[in-house]
Write a protein that binds this ligand. Structure first.
Ligand SMILES: Nc1nc2c(c(=O)[nH]1)N[C@H]1C(S)=C(S)[C@@H](COP(=O)(O)O)O[C@H]1N2
Ligand SMILES: [Mo]
Length: 318
């Protein structure tokens, strides 16, 4: 059932400081004005570009793939301009409504991806050669940020399983480690202080999670090549986990034996764990996770265990 926002509903500001804790208070206050603080994200106030995709100056190349009808969501797809105009991408800026702008000059091509670790033979491949080897499909998935905001996006990509099959891991591989880019010249957030010791962004999954049918490698959205702000040219989406697991702009896949360190777990270990499964019953140390807010409409709805994807993944955590 749909829970409308009660009048004056607010998450007190002290409870919603985003992933960076209190380390950069002033900058947070600037960016928070467009977010959950104050309770509402006003529809139509996001982004600054008249194009459907926020910031797409000349338009993105079309990328069309048949929709996989298996994956249903509780709400309609979020308008493109909202989902491309409100982002988390700390390499660029912590101001969610500015990421599209700051990321405009980032160059997602040419882009080489490295495969290493416990695989038959390490290799490198250009993103477009990788895409050519894959059968693309569209999947409409929820994205639930640990900060409690939700968007619903028609992603285009292929199962992580297919990528693993290409890499041919040996039996020693127990985790898949993923590493993002490091380009301080194009990413202002990598030049500034707060997170300087943690870049590049890095994440990981157990091999079992990576093989799960939901785990998706994304190369497009809304019938186009993925815009920079959503993680072009290649990002992960694991819809049963908090958004921070879904690493953007991946440059390296590494098959490892030991559980890899992850960006947010290293930076703020008491707030972000490796598993990061969406769970309404497990509060963040600074806020409840029982409810969440649709970015487009401002509706506040109950959080669902595994973000509503229980039937696909619950068995992994028995
Ligand atoms: N490289 C990188 N990947 C990242 C992030 C980031 O800051 N850097 N933020 C994460 C977080 S916290 C979220 S909620 C999602 C947001 O994805 P979206 O902007 O496409 O909605 O990206 C995730 N992937
Ligand atoms: Mo997030």
């Amino acid at each position: 059932m749909l829970v409308k926002i009660p009048k004056g509903w607010e998450i007190p500001e002290r409870e919603v400081t985003p992933e960076h804790v209190y380390l950069n208070r002033r900058k947070f206050l600037a960016s928070a004005s467009a977010g959950l603080v104050g309770g509402l994200i006003r529809p139509g106030t996001l982004g600054g570009s008249p194009a459907a995709t926020a910031g797409a100056k000349r338009g993105l190349a079309p990328l069309v793939a048949p929709r996989n009808p298996e994956y249903k969501t509780d709400r309609p797809i979020t308008r493109e301009r909202i989902a491309t105009g409100y982002n988390n991408y700390y390499e660029f800026t912590e101001a969610k409504d500015q990421v599209w702008k700051v990321a405009q000059d980032f160059e997602p091509r040419p882009w080489q991806i490295e495969f290493k670790g416990h695989i038959e033979k390490p290799f490198k491949i250009e993103i477009d050669d990788l895409i050519k080897q894959m059968t693309l499909e569209e999947r409409v998935y929820r994205l639930r940020c640990v900060e409690r905001w939700v968007v619903i996006i028609p992603w285009i990509g292929f199962p992580v399983k297919k990528l693993i099959e290409l890499a041919k891991p040996t039996s020693r591989a127990r985790f898949l480690r993923m590493v993002s880019f490091f380009r301080p010249a194009q990413a202002p957030g990598q030049r500034e202080g707060t997170w300087s010791t943690y870049w590049p962004y890095h994440e990981g999954l157990t091999m079992e999670e990576a093989y799960n049918e939901l785990a998706f490698m994304v190369v497009g959205a809304y019938g186009k090549i993925l815009p920079n702000q959503n993680g072009s040219p290649l990002r992960l989406h694991t819809p049963w986990k908090y958004g921070f697991k879904s690493i953007k702009a991946i440059t390296r896949f590494e098959f490892v034996e030991k559980r890899p360190a992850t960006f947010w777990n290293t930076a703020v270990p008491n707030e972000y764990d490796f598993e990061a499964n969406v769970n309404p019953g497990k509060p963040h140390p600074r806020w409840s996770q029982a409810q969440e807010q649709l970015v487009e409409t401002g509706e506040v709805v109950p959080t669902r265990l595994y973000n509503g994807y229980e039937k696909y993944v619950a068995h992994l955590y028995k």
